[in-house]
Design a protein around this ligand. Structure first.
Ligand SMILES: Cc1cc2nc3c(=O)[nH]c(=O)nc-3n(C[C@H](O)[C@H](O)[C@H](O)COP(=O)(O)OP(=O)(O)OC[C@H]3O[C@@H](n4cnc5c(N)ncnc54)[C@H](O)[C@@H]3O)c2cc1C
Length: 411
């Protein structure tokens, strides 16, 4: 890496990078870096936090396990250790990621938040601005830019009328660690996805009184069916059957295993669990124990929140209840639009690639732009993106090296 002062400010420097710039040292950034390493292509990773996998390290609750069986969550080239359980804990997963980074000698530049990236047409180079924790601003320059900043980069908290008046604690699920400190408290969990459901379960197990606010429909599926993972069964069926038929089979099996979820306030969406994931990105809930507590009334399902007041909430059905705390399990969003100048319109306003299938190349944009982990297919999808993108970059990097060796300067 060659570093030179650009003269505009004593705290700003410019840095021509050998190989691609990767934004983000989560599983996606690590997977593409490992694969580049295998192709002998150098790279620079810019990571805003002070360690790898910030989401898993700092923004997840203690009891979290991978939602999907381990075979669907491995990164390219390295299997999970055989003694890992089928659903590794977040601590297992972090252990794996740290040894993965060490194995491939991946050393990201930590504490570098990327605030801008633009393609300089004249130079045919990406100019990526990062601000270090100490305030120093550096422009990193490369022919290739890999976006691996994640679909979950920023928290989403809806604007709720009266929130400032609520006297109790308000937090996002990313700040929730354990139900221990909520013992005996009435806690409103807003949202009924995998995190919302599991936090309600955790609150119950710690002697709190959880209420789960549900706005739209949700598909709840048992995590296992017939001693196999539901996700695994669905993947196998999809090899032979169309998605609508697989959805019907899943819903039939779910009804047999769980009963009628609508009777307990959890309306099923019109689209099936796999189809809705494809169309909207919304994942079905794979139940890890919350469902039986909903049935027994230990977790109470309540309507959408209309507003918060000093001591509690008012719901759209007109009811009112007192609460000690409110937790927003309302998800995350990409932050790509806040820093990437995307003249080609490769990303949507939501910061996800416009093309949503690998066939239409959701991992490769124009001008040496790549995008890993935005296919809505979790860790498995990220691994596949990483393999394709790294091979593509390696091809053009090698060509450039050969031209340089032959004394031909790139156009
Ligand atoms: C609670 C929870 C459970 C999940 N369970 C599963 C599961 O079981 N299986 C599965 O496949 N998926 C699961 N997921 C989805 C999961 O987010 C992804 O599979 C995985 O973390 C994606 O990795 P990533 O590297 O793309 O994104 P992230 O893990 O979000 O990593 C992105 C990295 O980029 C960094 N970054 C962001 N913006 C910038 C910037 N501007 N400058 C510099 N750095 C930046 C972030 O700090 C972060 O380290 C789960 C998600 C959540 C929230």
């Amino acid at each position: 890496m060659q570093e030179q002062a650009n003269g505009t400010s004593p705290r700003q420097s410019s840095c021509l990078v050998n190989g691609p710039i990767i934004v983000g040292a989560g599983p996606s950034g690590l997977a593409v870096a490992a694969t580049l390493r295998q192709h002998s292509v150098p790279f620079t990773i810019l990571e805003r936090s002070n360690g790898i996998a910030d989401l898993w390290t700092n923004r997840t609750y203690g009891r979290l396990r991978l939602h999907l069986p381990k075979v669907f969550c491995e990164l390219p080239h390295v299997r999970f250790p055989p003694d890992f359980p089928i659903y590794p804990s977040k601590h297992d997963f972090l252990r794996y990621l740290h040894s993965y980074a060490a194995h491939f000698s991946i050393a990201p530049l930590f504490g570098r938040a990327v605030t801008q990236a633009r393609f300089d047409e004249a130079a045919a180079l990406w100019r990526v601005t990062a601000v270090a924790d100490g305030g120093e601003v550096t422009e990193y320059v490369s022919k290739w830019l890999v976006v691996a900043s994640g679909e979950n980069a920023e928290v989403v908290v809806p604007k709720v009328k009266g929130r400032e008046r609520f006297a109790g604690e308000v937090l996002h699920s990313s700040e929730y660690k354990s139900g221990e400190r909520f013992k005996g408290k009435r806690v409103l969990v807003v949202g009924c996805g995998n995190s919302g459901m599991e936090m309600c379960l955790d609150l119950c197990e710690h002697g709190a009184i959880p209420f789960m606010s549900v706005r739209s429909g949700v598909h709840v599926l048992p995590r296992e069916m017939l001693w196999s993972s539901t996700f695994g069964i669905a993947m196998k069926l999809l090899r032979w059957l169309p998605v609508k038929l697989v959805d019907r089979l899943l819903l039939l099996a779910a009804k047999m295993a769980l009963g009628d979820t609508e009777k307990y306030g959890l309306k099923r969406p019109k689209l099936g669990p796999l189809e809705i994931k494809d169309v909207t990105g919304k994942s079905p809930v794979l139940d890890v124990g919350a469902w039986s507590l909903i049935k027994s009334g230990n977790i109470k399902v309540v309507a959408e929140v209309e507003s918060l007041g000093c001591n509690g909430a008012r719901f759209v059905d007109g009811s009112e209840m007192a609460f000690d705390a409110v937790i927003f399990a309302t998800g995350y969003r990409s932050n790509v639009p806040s820093w990437l100048q995307d003249a080609g319109g490769f990303f949507t306003e939501d910061g996800k690639p416009r093309a949503r299938s690998p066939a239409s190349s959701n991992w490769r944009g124009p001008n040496g732009l790549y995008c890993i982990g935005f296919s809505g297919k979790g860790l498995l999808g990220a691994g596949n993106d990483a393999l394709r993108a790294a091979a593509d970059i390696a091809g053009s990097w090698l060509q450039e090296q050969e031209q340089a060796a032959a004394g031909i300067s790139p156009v």
